[in-house]
Design a protein around this ligand. Structure first.
Ligand SMILES: Cc1cc2nc3c(=O)[nH]c(=O)nc-3n(C[C@H](O)[C@H](O)[C@H](O)COP(=O)(O)OP(=O)(O)OC[C@H]3O[C@@H](n4cnc5c(N)ncnc54)[C@H](O)[C@@H]3O)c2cc1C
Length: 400
């Protein structure tokens, strides 16, 4: 116990996204009562594809989520890397069976909404976790009796609740982050992601099966199957200013086609298929900034939103959930110290992966001589060696 706060009070988690839902399951397993407050009025069909590498699947397996997820997931056998300039294949990175044998967990791709729905269903079936929608967390304050009060707005009415800790899993635009002295705001990266999903029967066979990564100056394209293989998720990342008032918006297909005008015809044909494209401003939060203060801790995008160039944003939120629960069992007597241990264990790994993603943001969009060197290295690399480069990311285990 510390600060007159009883660990037997519920833990409040702000945000029922991927990180918050996983943390609710993990903390409940450690004996906590959990109140999960989600700002949205309903958990709807938003988002598109997410990659779940073996490090994330390992945590989801430990929490009993993997079986329920399997029908919605797709396991690509390979990632094929191609030149967006010439259309030729540069490299094959084995995933599928190769990764499962190497790391003991699958490499899956999935629609964000499917992952969120499966987690939400399990959370709702777990006694000791309460989910409240239309509830936006504002602050955490001490009462005159030294009790911790989480203040939030539920369907427009102000509410307060005594709790033992507040976990900010409220994403890149986190309000909880403002409760941490010295925090920095999320920053727009100058890059925009155009996203669409296409029913797989509308897509030529050539795009079925393996995932793809296409590299060209100032842009790259990623595609993989989601919804149990029934849809193709296509994402194009381009350098572009952001002028909309919101951080996601409908996109103009012609603008995208113009940005990719010197790409191979098969790519231009692919991006012509969907009627509707959405775009999304890519923002990041410096992982080396503070994540905890007293009884408040940040996790997931709230602590360390990263560019999607290592496809580890969701995986890091899922890993955070496991390590937070490891340091914060219901028997924890000093909650601020437990939260600080969580931050200490996570920070260097997350900052390292965030730095790789930043570096990839340059390498993927090289032009001229650097692009020729990059493509030559990829061409002459052994496929297995390319996968092995990610061993320290994919081979991570929560017991470490
Ligand atoms: C709508 C949406 C769509 C996305 N689509 C994709 C995608 O297609 N591909 C991809 O790779 N990544 C996507 N992401 C990001 C990806 O989900 C995250 O990078 C990753 O899963 C980390 O998750 P997180 O739990 O930290 O944050 P998030 O998944 O962003 O979840 C944060 C949650 O907190 C809620 N929230 C915000 N403020 C408050 C508050 N004050 N009180 C209570 N609740 C609050 C939000 O409504 C949201 O549900 C999306 C995120 C969102 C919110």
């Amino acid at each position: 116990m510390s600060n007159g706060v009883s660990p037997s009070l519920p833990i409040v988690i702000a945000g029922a996204g991927i990180g918050g839902l996983t943390a609710a399951l993990a903390l409940r397993r450690k004996g906590h009562e959990v109140l999960l407050l989600e700002r949205a009025e309903e958990v709807s069909e938003v988002g598109a594809g997410l990659q779940l590498s073996p490090n994330a699947c390992h945590v989801l397996n430990q929490l009993g989520v993997l079986d329920a997820l399997e029908p919605h997931a797709f396991a690509p056998e390979n990632l094929r890397i191609s030149s967006g300039k010439t259309g030729t294949q540069l490299a094959r990175v084995p995933l599928g069976d190769f990764v499962r044998k190497r790391h003991g967990s699958p490499f899956w791709v999935i629609h964000r909404a499917d992952l969120q729905q499966v987690l939400l269903q399990l959370v709702r079936e777990t006694s000791g976790i309460t989910v409240q929608l239309a509830s936006e967390v504002h602050s955490l304050e001490s009462s005159p009796y030294d009790h911790l009060l989480c203040k939030y707005e539920a369907s427009g009415s102000p509410e307060r609740l005594e709790c033992s800790a507040l976990i900010g899993a409220d994403g890149v635009w986190s309000k909880t982050r403002k409760l941490i002295p010295g925090h920095e705001n999320a920053r727009f990266s100058g890059q925009v992601a155009y996203r669409a999903t296409i029913p797989i029967d509308q897509v030529p066979e050539r795009w079925h099966g393996d995932s793809g990564l296409w590299l060209h100056k100032n842009a790259h394209l990623v595609h993989y199957q989601v919804r149990g293989g029934n849809e193709l998720n296509v994402v194009v990342l381009v350098a572009e200013p952001w002028e909309d008032e919101t951080w996601s918006a409908r996109a103009d297909k012609e603008t995208l086609k113009h940005a990719l005008k010197d790409w191979p015809t098969e790519i231009l044909n692919l991006i012509s298929i969907p009627d509707q494209w959405l775009k999304w401003a890519l923002c990041s939060v410096d992982a080396t900034g503070p994540w905890t203060h007293g009884h408040v801790a940040l996790m997931g995008d709230a602590a360390h939103a990263m560019l999607p160039y290592m496809a580890q944003g969701a995986a890091m939120a899922i890993e955070d959930a496991a390590i937070l629960a490891k340091h914060l069992p219901a028997s924890a007597e000093n909650i601020p110290a437990s939260l600080r241990s969580f931050e200490r264990q996570r920070k260097s790994r997350v900052a390292h992966i965030q730095a790789i993603a930043r570096k990839n943001a340059q390498v993927f969009h090289f032009s001229g001589i650097p692009a020729i060197i990059r493509d030559t290295v990829l061409r002459y690399s052994k496929p297995e060696a390319l996968t092995a480069r990610f061993d320290d990311i994919y081979g991570w285990r929560s017991q470490q």
